[in-house]
Design a protein around this ligand. Structure first.
Ligand SMILES: *[C@@H]1O[C@H](CO)[C@@H](O)[C@H](O)[C@H]1NC(C)=O
Ligand SMILES: *[C@@H]1O[C@H](CO)[C@@H](O)[C@H](O)[C@H]1NC(C)=O
Ligand SMILES: *[C@@H]1O[C@H](CO)[C@@H](O)[C@H](O)[C@H]1NC(C)=O
Ligand SMILES: *[C@@H]1O[C@H](CO)[C@@H](O)[C@H](O)[C@H]1NC(C)=O
Length: 931
């Protein structure tokens, strides 16, 4: 919970420091006098020559970490970069993080010397001494502290991913507390700038989770430094970092240590949870023995019993873990399940050390009382918003966990695990937590002041307070609204964007979203231990009257897009549906008898909308229950280009329809969020995937009505620089197949592609490979005289060839949020605030038909956010209808869907984070499902 009391916890060990200081002063004053003093006190034993050092070292063992007492009197930051001008941010709505995260100051922020100098109304008189002041007029926009990411692998798991930069995990043993993430901290990670552009200013860079104890973590500021070194990025590194003399009377600084339990260490070491837990106990026992020796030694030294005392017991490998036992390390513990949390809680009580936070912790919300039993204090819980179900540990993850944890009085932190989630969008994790019920004050705190406190840096970052580091974001909209982007980011008082980004968002975007009520869902998440029933309930009445409909969007057969056909402009919009068909819509005048139909079910949409059912493409949705568990999934196909295909199946093109699994939780969650159908291609790790299929996301099984909507949609191949076979070989293979060199089924399917009967979907990221594909298309078309329907999927670098792709009549299915994860994705068009246009907007502006791609099945449910976000960041290129088309009609076009999905989605409340899907209207099933 947010501290409301003093900002600086008083150093509890001040008294001990004074005592120790006194001893040293005496030591220094006169060695003779001191020798005499100790001599007389210690039964005439010989005083070692380094007695003073030993006494200092022993006294220092009990100091607790934290800032020096006079920290808040500093006049400039230790990270101040000379030459940085003072800046005044004028007329802002400043979320300071004070008053339990409820304080908003309307006024100015003055920053200078790397620090926040004044918050509130900064008068002319105060500014007189600032000759060279930079003024930024925020025009009322929201200002927040820089975002703090408690769990990141920035710099150690660098983008783009290269073999020369895999520095996240050492697999040299289950217990490696002596390793330091700093040693792998790449200063050239492409992601630094991207994450800064999303408002992240500080990150805790953790080693990976391959080991039980993976090593020490380090807190960095993300900005480039003059020294250009890894060390220069560190925020308050431990004084002992480079082995130089440490002032023993200075309070030590907080250290960080990664721990991991559960699946990852088990998997990496072919062990079990039992092995990992024993590794922890063995390690802590080693550390405890050393600590006890040190304490016994120091007990004697401080009592002046020098005889036979020898050297201070030390061990460079174990000193960090001993420091954990001394309560001087923030233990950041990757730990998902109740069983693992239980093991760690027992460990903390056996060895008496606190854990700073349980990370990932997908089952934490089910066991708050267990977490409170941890030694010392309850750990915070640092989680994802909706990323779940990808392995057993995550299967019971709930989007309501942040709210439930907060209701139980536990500290909630939203984190990225970058690059698992791109930390540029850390604020999106917070926004989703807010959408699903976390209070606004706690939500903003969850990515600022709370992680700052959990990492022991809340004396300088995470809030906007005079004297704190000048890490500040000016937002283009309310930070909890969808698509919020910084217009400027300051780190240590240095502006990080070349020039402030000018957003075209309307004034209403400055309003905090009024989120829906999820009380029932929250109760069910607890009741069903993360597995609440997700099957929709079909309305009993054949007639549904939707009231207070704000807008209606329908597919437009003529334009093959989506059009807004009704907007209420404040009036009571009405839509009457009978047996899944709209029989009347518009104002009440258009449906005069609607309101009096007593046999009907009346649903108030509170200004919400009715819009087309969404389509999902890009993930293995419908082919896996848990993607990380092979036994729950269809599995990968044999790739004829990279492996020996068994003769019995050689030449057969695999159909995803044959492997479909129904009622997966991701599919049902998709349905509940408006994704009523999906296109999935067979999972392949190489060149040839096979034939995709179209299926209904709510169907109970394959034989149910509306389960398989189209047996075969498109033919899918992938061309990649990471496949282990040359790109030229892959392109040559594709050429051969398109020119009729295949045999049997393969030949037949490619003949269908060449004849334009089904689209060819090419998974490809690099602009160079895209260019080769465009040339190949031309070449084949010249040879055959027919037009190929070509769709590029992934296509991170497609914007570089937007004009050529548009001219070639080729479509693109692309992620809404690009990331340079691999070299072939390096040249992303990041979009606002780094570039005025996003890749989607750029492609659309070149008349390319664009669809949205999702990667993981867990993100299918968020399609409606992806699509709306694409519209919001399009700088006016895409209206709401065009944004809807990205995840509906466009995808159908691009994937060869012959019968358009006629489902409609009714959303209650406003758009984006204000709305909640309440009904799916199905013409095909002649019914309405209630969500
Ligand atoms: C968040 O704000 C509410 C008031 O809006 C307050 O009751 C609550 O205590 C705050 N939460 C914390 C943890 O400070
Ligand atoms: C602050 O900005 C708002 C919104 O642009 C504007 O209405 C107001 O006049 C400004 N106030 C000052 C003091 O500049
Ligand atoms: C490293 O050593 C230098 C002295 O050579 C010292 O000034 C500096 O603060 C040390 N850095 C750390 C992080 O301890
Ligand atoms: C897109 O299409 C429109 C209408 O067909 C045309 O006017 C415009 O020039 C095209 N834009 C580009 C960039 O090709």
């Amino acid at each position: 919970m947010e501290k409301t009391g003093p900002l600086y916890a008083p150093p509890t060990s001040r008294k001990r420091v004074r005592t120790a200081q006194l001893v040293l002063v005496l030591l220094a004053a006169s060695s003779y006098a001191l020798t005499y003093l100790l001599w007389s006190d210690s039964r005439a034993e010989t005083l070692p020559i380094n007695a003073a050092t030993i006494i200092a070292q022993c006294s220092a063992l009990h100091l607790t970490p934290g800032p020096p007492d006079d920290f808040h009197t500093r006049t400039h930051s230790d990270r101040f970069a000379a030459g940085t001008k003072a800046t005044l941010i004028r007329n802002a709505s400043i979320w300071t993080g004070l008053d339990s995260g409820n304080e908003v100051v309307y006024g100015d922020v003055l920053i200078d010397k790397g620090l926040i100098k004044k918050v509130g109304s900064v008068g002319k008189a105060f500014l007189r001494s600032y000759a060279d002041l930079v003024v930024l007029d925020a025009a009322g926009a929201w200002v927040s502290p820089g975002l703090v990411d408690l769990h990141s692998h920035l710099g150690v798991d660098s983008a783009p991913e290269l073999r020369g930069a895999a520095d996240t995990n050492s697999i040299k043993g289950l217990v490696l507390p002596w390793l330091r993430s700093l040693d792998g901290l790449n200063t050239h990670d492409d992601a630094y700038q991207l994450s800064i552009s999303g408002g992240v200013t500080t990150a805790n860079v953790l080693p990976g989770s391959a080991d039980a104890i993976g090593g020490q973590a380090f807190v960095i500021k993300l900005r480039p430094t003059a020294e250009r070194s890894s060390s220069a990025m560190l925020l308050e590194p431990p004084f002992s970092l480079n082995g130089t003399f440490v002032d023993p009377f200075q309070r030590p600084r907080w250290r960080q240590m990664k721990h991991a339990c559960g699946e990852n260490p088990s998997r990496v070491y072919s062990g079990t949870r039992m092995d990992t837990q024993w590794a922890f106990r063995q390690a802590y026992n080693t550390a405890r023995i050393l600590k006890d020796k040190q304490d016994a030694y120091c007990g004697k030294a401080l009592a002046g019993q020098w005889a036979g005392l020898g050297e201070f017991p030390e061990d460079l490998q174990w000193e960090a873990l001993v420091d954990v036992l001394r309560g001087r390390v923030k233990v950041q513990n990757h730990c998902y399940e109740a069983v693992d949390i239980d093991g760690m809680v027992r460990l903390t009580n056996e060895f008496k050390f606190p854990i700073a936070a349980f990370h990932h912790a997908h089952e934490a919300y089910m066991v708050p009382d267990l977490i409170k039993k941890a030694y010392g204090h309850p750990p915070a819980v640092a989680i994802f918003a909706t990323s779940a179900r990808f392995k057993r540990e995550a299967y019971r993850g709930s989007e309501f966990a942040p709210r439930i944890l907060a209701d139980n009085g536990l500290d909630v932190v939203m984190k990225s695990d970058h690059p698992v989630l791109n930390s540029r969008h850390l604020i999106y994790e917070a926004q989703q937590a807010h959408y699903f019920g976390l209070a606004a004050n706690l939500t903003l705190a969850s990515v600022t002041s709370t992680p700052a406190r959990i990492m022991g840096q809340d004396h300088r970052i995470g809030r906007i307070i005079e004297g704190f580091d000048a890490d500040i974001i000016v937002w283009d909209s309310h930070p909890l609204s969808l698509g919020a982007a910084p217009t400027q980011v300051f780190i240590d008082g240095i502006a990080q964007l070349d020039k402030p980004y000018t957003s075209t968002k309307p004034k209403s975007a400055q309003r905090i979203p009024a989120t829906p009520n999820f009380d029932k869902e929250i109760a069910d998440a607890i009741k069903y231990e993360g597995l609440p029933p997700l099957e929709p309930e079909t309305a009993k009445s054949d007639v549904i009257v939707f009231r207070n409909v704000g807008s209606i969007f329908l597919k437009n057969a003529a334009t093959r897009g989506v059009s807004e056909i009704f907007t209420s402009a404040g009036a009571d919009g009405v839509v009457v549906v009978e047996k899944g068909r709209i029989v009347c819509s518009g104002t009440q005048a258009a449906c005069p008898t609607a309101l009096s139909r007593s046999e009907a079910l009346h649903l108030d949409l509170e200004g919400g909308s009715i819009s087309p059912g969404l389509v999902s493409y890009g993930s293995p949705l419908g082919l896996a229950h848990i993607t990380g568990e092979p036994s729950t999934s269809d599995g990968p196909v044999f790739d004829p280009l990279s492996m020996l295909v068994p003769e019995i199946i050689d030449g057969t093109v695999i159909r995803a329809a044959d492997g479909l699994l129904f009622a997966t939780r991701d599919a049902l969650l998709g349905y509940r969020n408006g994704v009523t159908s999906a296109v999935t291609a067979p999972s392949s790790r190489g060149f040839l995937s096979g034939l995709s299929t179209v299926f209904g996301t709510a169907a109970a099984h394959k034989l149910a009505e509306g389960a398989v909507l189209q047996e075969v949609a498109a033919l899918h191949v992938a061309l990649s620089m990471s496949s282990g076979i040359s790109v030229s070989t892959q392109v040559a293979t594709l050429r051969g197949l398109l020119l009729g060199e295949g045999e049997g089924d393969l030949a037949k399917r490619f003949a269908d592609v060449v004849a334009g009967k089904i689209p060819l979907v090419v998974d490809v990221e690099s602009a160079d490979i895209i260019a080769s594909v465009l040339v190949l298309k031309k070449e084949v078309e010249a040879a055959t005289g027919k037009t190929i329907r070509l769709t590029l999927a992934g296509a991170t670098e497609a914007h570089l060839l937007a004009k050529e792709i548009g001219n070639a009549g080729v479509g693109v299915i692309i992620r809404q949020r690009p990331f340079p994860g691999s070299w072939e994705q390096k040249r992303i068009l990041p979009g606002p605030p780094l570039t005025p246009y996003s890749a989607i907007a750029t492609l659309v502006a070149h008349n390319v038909t664009v669809g949205i791609k999702v990667d993981g099945p867990f993100s299918v449910r968020s399609t409606r956010f992806d699509m709306a976000w694409a519209g919001l960041e399009s700088n006016g290129v895409l209206g709401k209808a065009e944004a809807l088309a990205l995840a509906s009609s466009n995808l159908e076009d691009l994937l060869g869907i012959t019968e358009s999905n006629s489902d409609l989605v009714a959303t209650r409340g406003g758009s984006d984070f204000e709305g909640k899907v309440v009904a799916i209207i199905s013409l095909r099933q002649a019914s309405v499902d209630l969500i």
